[in-house]
Design a protein around this ligand. Structure first.
Ligand code: PLP
Length: 405
């Protein structure tokens, strides 16, 4: 008999996107003449930029030759890409060595896999609402029972973010060991300043905790004093692991590439209190469970760092940011309370009084033929909020706002 990992039975099925798809399909079939505009998409829509395409073509031709053929590459990623990443950090005055960088096939896997190197006894804190991967992967590895009444897992420390605290998570009252932070945030689109992030770094240093910092949306930052990397904050290299993704930065959601930075100074502890470098554990895990990201894709990622690549990806980001501005301003004109959308492709709005997130979803679909994502799908504190995204075409974005206005 094979016994299962019963932790999986504690996972709550997320009906969020399947329910949305079902409701939209039902409405469309009953109203075939209506043009539905989807502002719920969490995926990029603009094509990969020419600099990356050219780099991939070149790499394909290279591996077609005897001399240029590539088999298994280094599990940690090719040096050419790790060097480009390290140089980008250096330009910001941050010293990250090549052996502190691990190239992967995207941040989702890294955010999920990181639980492997931590004990299940850790007290884990997550912001609420949240990108679901942090929570679910902790549940898979044994983070305890789901409480149907509270809608929360008993062992997880939830840090609510809402308009009352200006979407800034407050330091936990109880001592926690692992803290997931994601800024610019999905789903709220809000950010923390360097000073605000410093409080978390200081907390982690004081409590020997580790911050798992997801900056998948750093390319969308437009304002001064908003850190693009947690390592811009003094002391962070002692306590923070950073997840980066090329998905939203350069449209790699389909190509798949990202990286994780695990500085050598970041330590975990054995039960006996002995210090262990997390970098060593992550390297061991990577070598055992991963055979490296594709050479061709890593060449495409390298091209992001060229002058041409930077210029081209900036144009795409600016396109999405302009959409975000149109949504923000359109919603404000229509009388909504709006958050995010300045340093992120996500706009988070307060649903009108008396409605739940799902009731607002239905209203938007039926009255305006617009699809978004109910905030309650991202966690209990998302109830009463709603997410719109800037990834649709300009034309559809403008039309959606005209309908609402
Ligand atoms: N982190 C956050 C906060 C995200 O929203 C996403 C994707 O939506 C990811 C990570 C996943 O990134 P990747 O495509 O690199 O796996």
């Amino acid at each position: 008999m094979s016994y299962i990992n019963e932790n999986f039975l504690e996972l709550q099925d997320s009906y969020l996107f399947s329910t949305i798809a079902k409701k939209v399909a039902e409405y469309s079939s009953q109203n075939p003449d209506k043009k539905i505009i989807k502002l719920g998409i969490g995926d990029v829509t603009r094509p990969i930029v020419p600099a990356c395409i050219e780099a991939m073509h070149k790499a394909v031709d290279e591996v077609a030759t005897q001399d240029g053929f590539k088999g298994y590459g280094p599990e940690q990623g090719y040096e050419f890409l790790r060097e480009a990443i390290s140089n980008e950090y250096r330009e910001k005055g941050i010293d990250i060595k090549l052996d502190e960088i691990f190239i992967s096939d995207g941040a989702k896997c890294d955010c999920g896999n990181i639980v492997d190197i931590f004990a299940i006894d850790n007290k884990v804190a997550i912001t609420d609402p949240v990108y679901p991967v942090y929570l679910d992967t902790n549940v898979m590895s044994g983070s305890g029972k789901f409480n149907k009444e509270t809608g929360k897992y008993e062992k997880i420390v939830y840090l609510p973010v809402n308009k009352e605290n200006d979407f800034k998570p407050q330091l936990p009252k109880e001592k926690v060991d692992i803290i997931y932070l994601c800024f610019p945030n999905n789903p709220t689109g809000t950010v923390l300043t360097k000073e605000e992030l410093k409080k978390w770094v200081d907390y982690a240093i004081k409590n020997k905790a580790v911050i798992l910092y997801d900056s998948a949306y750093q390319a969308f930052i437009t304002e001064e004093n908003i850190p693009r990397s947690i390592y811009e904050v003094e002391g962070a290299k002692q306590v923070a692991i950073e997840f980066k993704s090329y998905s939203k930065t350069a449209g790699f959601t389909g190509l798949r590439c990202g990286y994780i930075v695990v500085p050598k100074q970041v330590k975990g502890y054995t039960k006996n209190g002995e210090e262990v470098e997390l970098n060593k554990l992550w390297n061991r895990r990577t070598c055992t469970k991963f055979n490296g990201a594709s050479y061709i894709i890593q060449r495409a990622a390298e091209a992001i760092y060229t002058e041409e690549g930077q210029k081209q990806i900036k144009e795409n980001i600016n396109y999405y940011l302009e959409n975000a501005k149109i949504i923000r301003e359109g919603l404000q004109e229509a009388g909504y309370e709006v958050y995010g959308g300045i340093n992120a492709p996500y706009i988070w709005l307060k649903v009108p009084d008396g409605l739940t997130s799902w009731e607002f979803f239905d209203k938007l679909l039926k009255e305006y033929n617009i699809v978004g994502t109910p905030g309650s799908g991202f966690g209990p504190s998302g109830e009463g909020y709603f997410r719109l995204t800037a990834f649709a075409t300009r034309e559809n974005t403008i039309e959606a706002m005209n309908r609402l206005k």
